[in-house]
Design a protein around this ligand. Structure first.
Ligand SMILES: Cc1cc2nc3c(=O)[nH]c(=O)nc-3n(C[C@H](O)[C@H](O)[C@H](O)COP(=O)(O)OP(=O)(O)OC[C@H]3O[C@@H](n4cnc5c(N)ncnc54)[C@H](O)[C@@H]3O)c2cc1C
Length: 414
């Protein structure tokens, strides 16, 4: 049996690696190089994460075992302790903000009292009308107003009141009232996911990606433009020439429907409803910081996040990446960066294609319809945009492991 895997990002590479132990596989990638969203580009010798800064960790032991045991041994990674901050009223407070009440108290005593009483008095009844409602019920009104709502408005480029809360559970560190209170009376800080993470010793995430791609049969510079099924041979043909018994697609859901024949108008309509955001980034030489990243909820600042990528490296370097959602010009990035003396010199610039899935009011209906149609046709979909989910790299790997197990079990190979 020959399996065609569309796209050589983290998901395509992971599943190809796992399935090639049992079947013949071929990964088709439109770019000249594998890695997708997670790939970096070297600029002045610095690993520039063109689609935004990435760090790797996972709460799933099987994912860590796969990465350290089969892909890139643990000795080739160094651990980095997260030192993230949020810009608030022109100052910096620690992230996650729920643990920064003492710092907020130093800035504004009344605000700290309001944050605490709202959080402890919030009524989380488990029913949420939208994302704004979810924040208010989880964290109370004051924290929502000073941080969660303005930051999320920036990162999603739309009002959280018009968004679904479906993605958020399990993605954000959510303290309960007990741990919040503990934070008030002790010096305890968070033990949430990503409070530390790993970065390759080469100081470039591409080392991880290249190790993942090692031994995988990839055809690069190959844009998939047509996928057809022949019910007589029960085979798939890609671009009229490559034959496969099974197709796994990591291509964005809103694009794959356009590559198939005779897709009902109703499904094409649902695919057209799927929303995503691009991200524009710029790599800067900076004056230096000991932070790992900075969240910027303030309306007055053009960027939503600074990734201090130089502090992912060992030894540290004074470089950061500024991120803003949407398509922005080089000039806009430079002009806005120049307002912050910390950003010394622009080095490189990039506008991504698909970066963030948007969970709007159509999300549930449109993803269910499109995924259901593809499943009915026998196409497996996988990954951040293949499943249209807010997946990090580790979840892409976990989903690849699960799907590989399912396919191996179903097709009963040796
Ligand atoms: C700003 C930002 C920050 C992030 N930070 C983190 C982080 O800190 N930690 C973390 O773990 N994760 C992070 N992520 C998530 C992580 O990048 C993704 O989960 C992961 O890279 C997705 O991999 P994928 O293979 O599913 O998709 P992709 O990387 O999108 O791969 C899809 C592949 O398909 C190819 N393709 C598309 N169309 C075609 C076609 N027609 N023919 C052939 N090939 C095609 C693309 O070129 C691409 O290589 C971040 C994401 C973003 C956007």
């Amino acid at each position: 049996m020959k399996i065609g895997i569309l796209g050589a990002g983290i998901s395509g590479l992971s599943i190809a690696r796992l399935l090639s132990k049992h079947f013949e596989t071929e990964v088709l990638e439109r770019h000249s190089i594998a890695g997708g969203i997670a790939r970096t580009r070297e600029a002045e010798g610095i690993a520039y994460h063109v689609t935004g800064g990435h760090c790797f960790n996972s709460k799933y032991q099987e994912v860590m075992d796969f990465v350290f045991g089969e892909v890139l041994p643990k000795k080739n990674w160094h651990a980095v302790t997260r030192n993230a901050v949020i810009r608030l009223m022109g100052n910096e407070v620690s992230y996650p903000i729920e643990y920064a009440i003492k710092q907020i108290h130093e800035l504004d005593q009344d605000l700290a009292i309001r944050v605490s009483s709202d959080f402890l008095g919030s009524n989380d009844d488990g029913n949420y009308g939208n994302l704004e409602d979810w924040f208010r019920k989880k964290f109370g009104n004051t924290l929502s107003d000073i941080y969660f709502i303005p930051y999320n408005r920036k990162i999603w480029n739309r009002d959280p009141a018009n968004m679904s809360h479906a993605w958020v559970e399990g993605k954000l560190p959510i303290p309960d009232k007990r741990s919040f209170f503990k934070g008030l009376i002790s010096n305890e800080s968070d033990k949430m996911p990503h409070s530390s993470f790993y970065y390759p010793n080469s100081n470039n995430q591409n080392t991880f990606i290249d190790s993942l791609a090692e031994g995988v049969n990839i055809t690069c510079n190959y844009a998939v433009s047509a996928i057809a099924y022949n019910p007589v041979t029960t085979q798939w043909t890609v671009n009229g020439e490559k034959k496969f018994d099974l197709i796994i697609s990591t291509l964005p859901l809103d694009r794959i429907t356009g590559l198939l024949q005779d897709v009902p108008g109703e499904i094409l309509g649902e695919a057209a409803q799927l929303k995503y955001n691009k991200v524009t980034t710029m790599l800067w030489e900076t004056t230096g910081t000991d932070r790992t990243w900075t969240y910027v909820p303030e309306d007055g600042n053009f960027f939503h996040r600074y990734i201090h990528i130089g502090n992912f490296f060992s030894p540290s370097r004074a470089y950061s990446i500024t991120e803003v959602v949407g398509e922005k010009t080089y000039q806009e990035m430079v002009e806005n960066g120049r307002k912050d003396a910390f950003l010394k010199r622009p080095i490189d610039y990039h506008v991504s294609e698909h970066a963030y899935v948007v969970f709007d009011e159509n999300y549930e209906r449109s993803t269910t319809a499109v995924k259901g149609y593809l499943q009915e046709k026998g196409i497996y979909t996988l990954g951040r945009f293949g499943e249209w989910q807010y997946y990090n790299m580790d979840i892409c790997i976990k989903r690849s492991m699960e799907l590989a197990d399912e396919i191996v079990a179903k097709h009963n190979s040796n």
